[in-house]
Design a protein around this ligand. Structure first.
Ligand code: ATP
Ligand code: MG
Length: 356
């Protein structure tokens, strides 16, 4: 008879007033001592008297009596003590599903609407075209864009029972050579996702950690706009290796880029930034692909990159077809136009930066 065995027996005793949870996980069993043929169990109850104290003492005695060798002496004591809070299982933070992912990279920006999702989706496709195994997790719980940008709004990811009991794993959608996952797949079209705080946070972690990614070279995470607590918790809890920051060239974007950079470089997070992507770097009319109009000013991205000591990974022009391709679900990175090639070039630069 060992103390561990006695704990196992006591785990069969449930508390009828506490959802029938067992007294061990409720923290009521304070101490078990096995001394030769004698078992001494100390139960701890909170300051508020528990009306079932006597019942539980009896149930403990009976559980030991049933299991222990005949003639065992049983002593059950109760003390008053705040029971320690039972630990919640950290379901969200099981990293099994990203174990086989070589590089998890966040696509971030301090600001909304600068083209994070456009860059993330096209970059994922471009990496796949370069021969890498790629996944993309759309972590924008407020405005998921991946289903529209890849024309997968109508599909529903299948779920399968994971190894952990009662826990489902979602199978990502495969299209254009990339594995996609988005919270948008679980919402009705047009349904607003109005999650806030912790709920949004755990929902978006699920979009990454509860997905059967399998072996991948790159998993890109399309981050929600901003640099708040959700972002910090996301970067911390997911083994995100580093980030790519997306910006537009205007000087007013500088403050937001700074926030984005600080988010990853602050001492408690401290992840590398693989570089800055200057989106909408210039405007090129569809019918004059050689012309460049610097409508937001020229050299903004390079100046920001220099200021923060990071590399300018690439420049993406503002082209009508990029917007149209996003809306129609056939991203430009699938094609061979100059702007398609800009994404292939960006993908190669990212690979080089990560390998450095
Ligand atoms: N280089 C570009 N050329 C043309 N249109 C673009 C370009 N980049 C982005 N867009 C368009 O700008 C809009 C915003 O882009 P996108 O959704 O990628 O931004 P975002 O930063 O992800 O936004 P949010 O902060 O809302 O998540 C989209 O309609 C997209 O098609
Ligand atoms: Mg977006």
């Amino acid at each position: 008879m060992t103390e561990k065995e006695v704990f196992q027996w006591l785990a069969e005793v449930t508390h009828p007033a506490k959802d029938d949870k067992d007294i061990v996980s409720l923290g009521i069993v304070d101490e078990v001592v096995v001394d030769g043929g004698k078992v001494i169990v100390t139960l701890a109850f909170g300051k508020r008297p528990d009306p079932l104290k006597n019942y539980l003492e009896g149930a403990v005695r009976a559980a030991i009596y049933r299991n222990a060798p005949g003639g065992t002496e049983i002593e059950v004591k109760s003390v008053v003590k705040e029971a320690p809070k039972p630990k919640k299982p950290a379901l969200d933070l099981n990293l099994d599903q990203v174990n086989e992912v070589a590089h998890i990279i966040g696509i971030a920006s301090g600001k909304g609407g600068v083209g994070k999702s456009t860059v993330a989706v096209n970059l994922a496709i471009a990496l796949a075209r370069l021969g890498y195994r790629v996944g993309l997790a759309d972590a924008d719980v407020y405005g998921p864009s991946v289903p529209i940008m890849t024309a997968t709004e109508d599909v529903q990811p299948e779920a399968e029972e994971g190894e952990e009991e009662g826990k489902e794993l979602f199978i990502p959608i495969e299209k254009y050579g990339v594995k996609w996952m988005s919270i948008g797949y679980f919402a009705q079209p047009g349904q607003a996702l109005i999650w806030r705080g912790p709920m949004a946070c755990s929902a978006l972690k699920q979009m990454i950690l509860q997905v059967k990614w399998g072996p991948l070279d790159y998993l890109l995470v399309d981050m929600p706009p901003g640099t708040g607590d959700i972002h910090i918790s996301l970067v911390n809890d997911i083994p995100m290796e580093g980030a790519v920051i997306v910006t537009t060239p205007q000087p007013v974007a500088l403050a937001d880029v700074e926030k984005g950079v600080n988010m990853f470089q602050n001492p408690s997070i401290n992840r590398p930034i693989f570089g800055l992507v200057e989106n909408m770097a210039w405007f090129t009319p569809e019918e004059h692909p050689d012309e460049k109009y610097y409508i937001f000013g020229q050299g903004g991205g390079a100046a920001m990159a220099e200021r923060f000591g990071i590399d300018l990974l690439g420049q993406i022009p503002l082209v009508q077809s990029i917007r149209e391709a996003g809306d129609s679900g056939e991203p430009v990175a699938l094609g061979t136009r100059p702007d398609s090639l800009a994404f292939l070039d960006l993908a190669q630069k990212l690979v080089d930066a990560v390998n450095r």
